[in-house]
Write a protein that binds this ligand. Structure first.
Ligand SMILES: Cc1ncc(COP(=O)(O)O)c(C=O)c1O
Length: 458
């Protein structure tokens, strides 16, 4: 019989992982290998007899290395990508070793209970209705999808239509309204839910926030079920829609208000940032990520829904061959689109238990302070213009007021390797998009990165 626990193999993988993490703050942040390099290093014919496990792990870690970006490290500022808190990574290793299928209570009572507890902690931390339901999904995309599935259920139920039974053909038309700068995952969620592109956009202001007066004007001309998607944390600027003004406008019309708060919702854990997110508690559903600001390993998103019955009705299924708990215990698949999945609440539980309320607050405040530090250091240079109000962890930078120079500075910084960030187009202008999302980013990391970026202005 094969050895069940191959300790030397696991130790080998552990050592490779630790070597990688130790070197991470020093190595160039961007990838070094091209597709061709990676194919040359990793592609072998699929063998008949397989290969020794230690050799596989060695070949994998060696072969992939040049194509592993430093996105888990402290000077990666691309997109909105968090790293992994040590406690979350350790819990994630346990999660893999336990290898639980978290569909229903009976397949993993421990994960079901960990989800229950994490649900309570998250609602407390975000100060959202304590009776809301929470699902653990793969990321912001699926958090938005799940919330909007619950919204679709609820608004159609109010119009006398059971969408889970009858589908969308022949259903009362649903008015879906979103801000002009809604994240792309809102569009893909709506597409998967059968709404296509029959959507109405509401104009946004100079920071990308939905304009409440415009929303009121758009809603005035509509009849029938209404879903409005707002945003807390614009992917470019970090700006937050004025939720306190938007929520009453939507609710006056009997609409459902969803907030895409993939990273912004964490601001509610900070006393300093709380005012910015005031009114978000009035919404009907929220999507956020743990793999961004909470810094747990991928993939980890969170969906929260005020009307737990709508949430459950839109997700749950029943079958005679399952042993469901009928509400007695938590069956995780009642709250997420997936059936079998890993115990992704485990690293969330570990991170929250380790950090506590003050630890999460400090994580939020620290990353916001580092973003402000970056903006201030870059702004000292005469050709730099900071395009956004740095309200959270996002900084938008333009160089020499020129698309060409801005793009060149981005490429130069990416090649130089001290840090890495991507470009964007913001209100018709090329810009460098800096997102400070890693728990380990220090003031010194910001100083080094700002100096490296400025060196690339030619
Ligand atoms: C505002 C917003 N919504 C949704 C998403 C998508 O999240 P995920 O990549 O976790 O699916 C992002 C990602 O950056 C985001 O910034």
């Amino acid at each position: 019989m094969r050895q069940f626990v191959d300790e030397s193999l696991l130790r080998r993988a552990h050592d490779r992982a630790v070597d990688f993490l130790r070197a991470l703050p020093q190595r160039p942040v961007g990838a070094r290998a091209s597709r061709q390099d990676l194919l040359a290093a990793l592609s072998v014919p699929l063998s008949d007899e397989g290969q020794d496990a230690v050799q596989v792990i060695d070949a994998l870690s060696r072969g992939a290395d040049g194509g592993i970006t430093g996105s888990a490290g402290p000077r990666y500022f691309g997109f909105v990508i968090g790293g992994s808190l040590p406690v979350a990574l350790a819990a994630d290793w346990l999660t893999s070793a336990w290898d639980q299928n978290c569909g229903i209570f009976v397949t993993s009572p421990a994960v079901s209970v960990i989800e229950e507890i994490s649900r309570e902690w998250l609602l407390e931390l975000f100060d959202l209705p304590r009776t809301a339901s929470v699902g653990f999904v793969t990321g912001g995309q699926m958090a938005n999808f799940t919330a909007l599935a619950a919204a679709r259920h609820a608004v159609l139920r109010s119009a006398g239509w059971n969408v889970e039974e009858e589908g969308l053909i022949g259903a009362p038309p649903v008015n879906v309204i979103l801000g002009a700068e809604a994240h792309i995952t809102i569009y893909s969620s709506l597409r998967m839910l059968g709404f296509g592109k029959r959507l109405q956009q509401v104009a946004t202001d100079e920071q990308g926030r939905m304009r409440p007066a415009e929303l009121r004007r758009v809603l005035a001309s509509l009849s029938g079920p209404i879903i409005v998607c707002s945003q807390a944390g614009n992917v470019n600027t970090g700006s937050v829609d004025p939720m306190g003004e938007i929520a009453p406008i939507v609710h006056e019309r009997g609409g459902w208000l969803h907030v895409d708060a993939a990273f912004g919702l964490w601001g509610r854990a900070s006393r300093e940032k709380r005012a910015l997110l005031e009114g978000a508690e009035l919404a009907d559903s929220w999507g956020t990520d743990a793999h961004k600001w909470l810094n747990v390993p991928y993939d980890s998103g969170i969906v929260i829904v005020r009307d737990s019955a709508a949430h459950r009705a839109s997700m749950t299924v029943t079958a005679e061959y399952l042993e469901q708990s009928a509400g007695k215990e938590r069956d995780p698949f009642d709250w997420a689109p997936e059936f079998s999945r890993r115990g992704r609440a485990i690293p969330i539980y570990a991170a929250l238990r380790h950090l506590g309320r003050r630890g999460v607050e400090s994580l939020v405040d620290r990353l916001c302070a580092r973003a402000r530090q970056m903006a201030a250091l870059l702004a000292r240079h005469k050709s730099v213009r900071i395009l956004n109000d740095v309200v959270l962890n996002q900084v938008l930078v333009r160089f020499a007021d020129s698309d060409e120079t801005t793009r060149a500075v981005i490429v130069n910084a990416q090649k130089e390797g001290t840090c890495w960030m991507a470009g964007t187009t913001w209100h018709g202008m090329a810009a460098m998009r800096i997102s400070v999302s890693n728990w380990a980013t220090s003031e010194e990391d910001i100083e080094r990165s700002a100096a490296a970026i400025l060196k690339g202005i030619r």
